[in-house]
Design a protein. Structure first.
Length: 281
């Protein structure tokens, strides 16, 4: 068993902690990104199973949804990524099937899973919010492992930065290769740390929630915030065609605005109901 040393590492010296890209098992190269993606799925399943056990919900139905989420999230995440990297895949179509080195987008995965679960719940006449609440808890548990996989997969690239927590990547990774290394923000590490906080916060929301859907809403808000923060440090964000506006900023903003409008409308409705009850009493 041997490790491929890779070209990304922390701190100033080349003999500091190296982030390997893959591991060789019996001559077969296995990427750490793929390993951690599988681990993320397993952790998510365990979290969802524990969630449903504690809340005494239908585990068979939930595990069916978990399978649907994994497949639809992979498909949606890949399609979103391919949409903004189309030129690369047009030259090498077979790369569409290669997930070993990354190439998944969070919002693509989110919307892929969202539409699939919502459609399936409607078909089976099940409560979408109740199902989403369980599933997002599993997604939050899996997220740190996904971000960790991104660190091993060298995605996404960060803006130039030469500080305490910077990572260095070989100049040959860039279109204009040169000698030595380029120091940058460790975007994947930022995402890893933030996703741990999201999971902890979601546990508190779950414990003190007062109505159905609160956990799902909190998850969307916090994940949108994580994407906005990490996007600020990215060197290569996907932008709206013809502009320099990052697509993820827009998508996250729309999610937050939609939730804010829904919250305001719900507050207004609650006040009207209180007035009606007060008048009747």
């Amino acid at each position: 068993m041997t490790l491929r040393s890779g070209e990304v590492f922390f701190a100033e010296q080349s003999d500091s902690f190296i982030i390997p890209e893959s591991i060789s098992l019996f001559g077969l190269s296995v990427s750490f990104y793929g390993i951690l993606l599988v681990l993320a799925a397993l952790v998510g399943i365990i979290a969802v199973t524990e969630f449903t056990r504690r809340l005494r919900r239908n585990q068979e139905w939930t595990l069916t949804l978990v399978t649907l989420v994994i497949l639809s999230a992979l498909l949606g995440g890949r399609l979103y990524y391919v949409l903004f990297e189309w030129q690369k895949f047009a030259r090498e179509p077979l790369m569409l099937l290669d997930l070993r080195s990354g190439g998944l987008s969070y919002f693509g995965a989110l919307f892929g899973a969202w539409f699939a679960v919502k459609g399936y719940c409607r078909k089976k006449d099940k409560d979408f919010l109740q199902s989403a609440e369980v599933l997002c808890f599993g997604a939050a548990a899996a997220a740190p492992f996904v971000w960790c996989g991104c660190a091993f997969g060298r995605e996404p690239l960060g803006k130039r930065y030469d500080g305490l927590f910077s990572v260095r990547i070989s100049a040959s990774y860039f279109s204009d290769p040169g000698d030595g290394y380029v120091s940058m923000h460790p975007v994947a590490i930022y995402g890893f740390v933030l996703s741990i906080f999201v999971f902890i916060a979601l546990c508190f929301v779950l414990r003190y929630r007062k109505k159905e859907g609160t956990v799902f809403t909190a998850y969307l808000v916090m994940q949108a915030a994580v994407i906005i923060v990490t996007e600020c440090f990215r060197e290569d964000p996907y932008c709206i065609w013809g502009t320099e506006i990052p697509v993820n900023f827009v998508v996250a903003g729309v999610i937050l605005l939609t939730i804010a409008v829904g919250w305001i409308r719900q507050l207004s409705l609650d006040r009207k109901l209180k007035k009606i009850r007060f008048i009747h009493n």
